[in-house]
Design a protein around this ligand. Structure first.
Ligand code: CP
Ligand code: NVA
Length: 310
């Protein structure tokens, strides 16, 4: 399947067709099975000479370390830079940064404050650009989440996932995934924290099986998987107001008990126990958060391999 974009950017799950995404997830399962040394059959040609440049405008533990190690396990190299390490941090344009990095590296991963920075890089780079989180979406996380879901519960197509909490960047990528992977997504968010209209309109236009309301129990009832995220995302300043609004959306054992028998709990991390999720749930038997964190490594090996031509 030829990619829609050339180079093969990985900007949002909504940009790619279901077949390409399925191929990446299948590769992620194979990457995990293969372990640290990725076999030649799963590696893109010329990976030994390939380097990934990573730019972080916001903090990161998982994305930073898993991308770096993913690139090494594929057989290439990686450089991790904070915004302030680059001239970008003191006014060099995104377009010029993209053009220069394209002359050195083979792919760019950016965690950006503004989604427009990601799009600007992609527009001007002649190498693949990967979204490592923006204020609008977090597609690499949800690829790892799909992998995790399937490891525990089999193919995600036709299953039901409940998102409870803030209608944030992670929720939006779940919406994109629901449309592309063919599962039902039920969101429960305070009305003022619904995902942005563009995402809801997109889901409607794609005829995705997505419902939204502000009743956590209704969303969770019978779901195969319950997901939440921090109430205060990076860059948000209204923490006290958000915590108050989101308090009724905390995932605790009582709420979890409404999900299907054998349901799993996911959280992209970092987590704040006693806020969006109780310790009993996140550290309990239904939680698969450590597999989910590990799968960032495997899913990203598969994303990198696709971006670099495998
Ligand atoms: N889940 C996630 O993206 O974690 P980091 O912010 O640590 O990269
Ligand atoms: N919604 C969170 C995700 C962190 C990985 C944030 O943007 O801070």
């Amino acid at each position: 399947m030829a990619p829609k974009t050339n180079p093969r950017h990985f900007l949002d799950i909504s940009d790619l067709d279901g077949k390409t995404l399925r191929r990446i997830i299948d590769a992620a399962h194979a990457m995990k099975k293969a372990g640290k040394r990725v076999p030649a059959a799963l590696r893109p040609k010329g990976i030994e000479d390939a380097n990934l440049v990573m730019i972080f405008e916001k903090p990161s533990t998982r994305t930073r370390v898993s991308f770096d190690i993913a690139m090494r396990q594929l057989g290439g190299g990686a450089i991790s830079l904070n915004n302030s390490d680059l001239q970008l941090g003191r006014g060099e344009s995104v377009a010029d940064t993209a053009r220069v990095l394209s002359r050195y590296a083979d792919a760019i991963m950016i965690r950006a404050n503004a989604h427009d920075t990601l799009l600007g890089l992609a527009e001007h780079a002649s190498i693949p650009v990967i979204n490592g989180l923006t204020e609008k979406s977090h597609p690499c996380q949800i690829m790892a989440d799909i992998q995790t879901f399937e490891e525990h519960l089999g193919p995600i197509k036709g299953k039901t996932v409940a998102w409870v909490g803030d209608g944030n960047n992670v929720a939006v990528s779940w919406m994109h995934a629901a449309a592309r992977f063919g599962f039902t997504l039920r969101l429960a968010c305070p009305k003022s924290l619904y995902p942005e209209d563009a995402a809801l309109d997109w889901a409607r236009s794609e005829k995705a099986a997505i419902s939204i309301g502000d009743e956590p129990e209704k969303a969770v009832r019978g779901a195969d998987c319950v997901v939440t995220d921090t109430w205060v995302s990076m860059g948000q300043s209204d923490a006290a107001k958000r915590k108050k609004m989101l308090a009724p959306f905390a995932v605790d054992a009582k709420l979890m008990s409404k999900a299907a028998k054998g349901a799993i709990f996911m959280h992209c991390l970092p987590a704040y126990r006693g806020h969006e999720v109780s310790a009993e749930v996140i550290d309990g038997p239904q939680s698969v958060i450590w597999d989910e964190a590990e799968n960032r490594l495997h899913a990203q090996k598969a994303i990198l391999a696709w971006c670099l031509g495998a």
